[in-house]
Design a binder for this molecule. Structure first.
Ligand SMILES: C[S@@+](CC[C@H](N)C(=O)[O-])C[C@H]1O[C@@H](n2cnc3c(N)ncnc32)[C@H](O)[C@@H]1O
Length: 278
C-alpha cells in the first residue's frame, strides 16, 4: 500500500505511524473516525464505507471540498500562493482577517500551509491567530495539486460531518470499526476552549464495547519529561502497546528543543497483522 503525504497539516497528526497502526486494525463494515483532524489514517482504511467528524466547521468544509471539488481546492490555493509570492506577508494577514470573518475553507487551507510551523491556533474569541512563517513560501501549488488529487480519490468513500464525537458515535453498529484520537485528557480543546471530559469519553468506550464494535484508541503517553498519564480504566480495553509518534511541534515552537512523543495504543480486540508494506 502506498504512503500519503499530508493534505491537511495538523499538529498531533498520526501520519508518522498511520500505516503501522492501520496494519493492526480488525476492519469491519463501516470505519468511523470522530476526531478526524488531518485524517492521517483515512487513506489506509480497508472498509467499504467511512464516517469522519470533527468539532471544527472549516476543517470539515475543507475535507468535503477536497473530496468533491479537488480541482477548485487546488486552484484556490494557487491564486493565494501566487499573490503571496508577488506581494509578500501582507497577503497572509489579509487572508487571515478575511478568514476570521467568513471561515472560508480555501482561506483555511492557505493559512495552514503558510503559518508558523503549520500550527492551527485560535484565540479565546475563536479567531485564528498564528503568524506568517517568514522563512517558508508555502508548498508549491503543483505539488499540492498532486497531493489533493490523490487524497480526493482515497476519501471518496467517506462522509464528513461537523459534530461532537458523541453524535458521530451514535451511528456506530455491531461489527463497525472506530479509530479514536481525541485531545489529551484534561487539556482544553484549541477551538472550543472547553476541557475534554474523560468520564464522558469512557462512557462512550463502554457503550461501544456493549454494542460489539471494535475500537483503537491512541491516548496519553509522554513528551520529553512531561507526562500525560490518562490511561482508560483497564476493564474497557483488551490490549495495549506503546508507539513513538514523532517530535513535538509545540515544543519546537517554544524553544526549538526537539523531544520525542510516546503514546499508548489501546484496543478492545486482538491486533491483526494486515499485509501492508510498512
Ligand atoms: C489529536 S487531533 C486528531 C489528529 C488526527 N488523528 C490526525 O492524524 O491528524 C484531535 C481532533 O479532535 C477534534 N476534537 C476535539 N474535541 C472534539 C469533540 N468534542 N468532538 C469532535 N472532535 C473534537 C479536534 O478539533 C482535533 O482535530
Amino acid at each position: 500500500m502506498k504512503s500519503y503525504p499530508a493534505v491537511i497539516k495538523w499538529s498531533g497528526s498520526k501520519r508518522p505511524v498511520a500505516k503501522q497502526l492501520a496494519s493492526y486494525i480488525s476492519y469491519g463494515e463501516t470505519y468511523f473516525e470522530p476526531f478526524v483532524g488531518g485524517g492521517a489514517m483515512l487513506p489506509y482504511s480497508l472498509c467499504d464505507k467511512g464516517m469522519a467528524g470533527d468539532i471544527i466547521p472549516e476543517l470539515i468544509d475543507l475535507w468535503n471540498a477536497i473530496k468533491n471539488e479537488p480541482y477548485l481546492v487546488a486552484d484556490e490555493y494557487q491564486i493565494r500562493w501566487e499573490d503571496l509570492q508577488l506581494n509578500g506577508p501582507d497577503v497572509y494577514y489579509k487572508i487571515r482577517d478575511r478568514f476570521n470573518k467568513s471561515r472560508n475553507c480555501h482561506d483555511f487551507l492557505f493559512l495552514t500551509r503558510t503559518c508558523v510551523n503549520g500550527m492551527i491556533r485560535y484565540n479565546s474569541e475563536g479567531n485564528f491567530n498564528n503568524s506568517f512563517h517568514l522563512s517558508r513560501p508555502g508548498i508549491n501549488p503543483d505539488s499540492l495539486r498532486n497531493i489533493i488529487e490523490q487524497w480526493s480519490a482515497a476519501i471518496a468513500k467517506f462522509t464528513f460531518r461537523n459534530c461532537d464525537y458523541r453524535e458521530l458515535l451514535s451511528e456506530v453498529k455491531k461489527g463497525d470499526f472506530v479509530f479514536l484520537d481525541p485531545p489529551y485528557g484534561g487539556t482544553k480543546d484549541r477551538y472550543t476552549h472547553t476541557p475534554f471530559c474523560l468520564s464522558d469519553f469512557y462512557s462512550e468506550l463502554e457503550r461501544l464495547n456493549s454494542i460489539g464494535a471494535n475500537w483503537m484508541l491512541t491516548f496519553d503517553g509522554t513528551a520529553g519529561d512531561r507526562q500525560y498519564a490518562y490511561a482508560p480504566p483497564q476493564d474497557l480495553y483488551r490490549h495495549k502497546f506503546e508507539i513513538y509518534t514523532g517530535n513535538s511541534s509545540f515544543k519546537k515552537v517554544m524553544d526549538s528543543k526537539k523531544e520525542t512523543i510516546q503514546e499508548s495504543v489501546y484496543l478492545n480486540f486482538k491486533p491483526c497483522h494486515n499485509l501492508f508494506d510498512l
